[in-house]
Design a protein around this ligand. Structure first.
Ligand SMILES: Nc1nc2c(ncn2[C@@H]2O[C@H](COP(=O)(O)OP(=O)(O)OP(=O)(O)O)[C@@H](O)[C@H]2O)c(=O)[nH]1
Ligand SMILES: [Mg+2]
Length: 225
């Protein structure tokens, strides 16, 4: 029996997970459901998979519609704690591993280009691998207009993450500019990107023995340059 965990990391990862949750509740009278029933419906829709999020910011975690929320140590800024990078990273690894315990398949989702998601996605991949899980990463590449620094960070993050996962699915945000109606904001366009993530995760989970294929799938690019 597979044990699937889907983890969104960083602000963008949380938005992706929220879209998965909302998508799973389509057709439901949400007002009539309490929190426990919502989690149950989402889990049923995702065939038992568990959705979780991780971020360094409490506010950002508060915006997540999921039950399991991991507060990560913000490595660079936690000097107050007087702990070394290694100590803080070890603490992060510990909470991530505990959250992923028992997983046989782990989906990791985030928008690359920021700090948290870009750095932590590969740490999460390490933890998943240690547990012997098949890992599938779904990552987006920032819009060109965001900033060269974000592009650079995303490219480095992608390079680090790729060898650590069984399959990496890359989604180029820029390509979605073509299908967005005139006047769309970047957030409107991220909706389409997040739909890509939501639909892919849902379709894979619904596919019998998908993990056998994705064990060796390598790299998949949605909307190449
Ligand atoms: N796919 C997707 N990407 C998004 C969304 N919102 C922002 N992004 C992208 O994700 C990148 C990283 O942003 P965040 O996720 O906010 O950054 P973070 O990982 O939280 O990192 P820090 O806040 O810098 O520590 C941005 O440069 C955008 O390209 C979203 O809703 N969906
Ligand atoms: Mg953030």
């Amino acid at each position: 029996m597979e044990n699937i965990k889907i983890i969104g990391v960083g602000g963008s990862g949380i938005k992706m997970m929220n879209q998965i949750v909302i998508g799973s509740l389509q057709g439901e009278d949400v007002a009539a459901l309490d929190a426990r029933m919502i989690i149950q419906k989402v889990t049923e829709n995702l065939k038992g998979a568990e959705v979780m999020v991780a971020d360094t910011k409490k506010d950002s975690l508060l915006s997540a519609y999921v039950f399991k929320k991991i507060l990560l140590k913000k490595i660079a800024f936690d000097v107050r704690e007087n702990k070394s990078f290694d100590e803080l990273m070890a603490e992060n690894r510990k909470v991530i591993s505990a959250a992923l315990q028992g997983a046989t398949v782990v989906f990791i989702a985030c928008g690359l280009g920021g700090k948290t998601g870009t750095n932590m996605a590969s740490v999460i991949a390490d933890c998943a691998k240690e547990l012997g899980a098949i890992t599938i990463a779904l990552v987006s590449i920032p819009f060109n207009l965001e900033s060269p620094q974000r592009q650079k960070r995303a490219a480095e993050g992608y390079k680090n993450l790729k060898p650590k996962v069984n399959t990496i699915i890359k989604i180029n945000c820029d390509k979605f500019l073509m299908i967005a109606p005139p006047g769309s904001s970047l957030d409107d366009i991220f909706y389409y990107v997040n739909e890509c993530v939501r639909g892919t995760v849902k379709n894979l989970i619904d596919m019998d023995k998908f993990q056998e294929v994705f064990k060796t799938a390598g790299e998949i690019i949605f909307a190449n340059d």
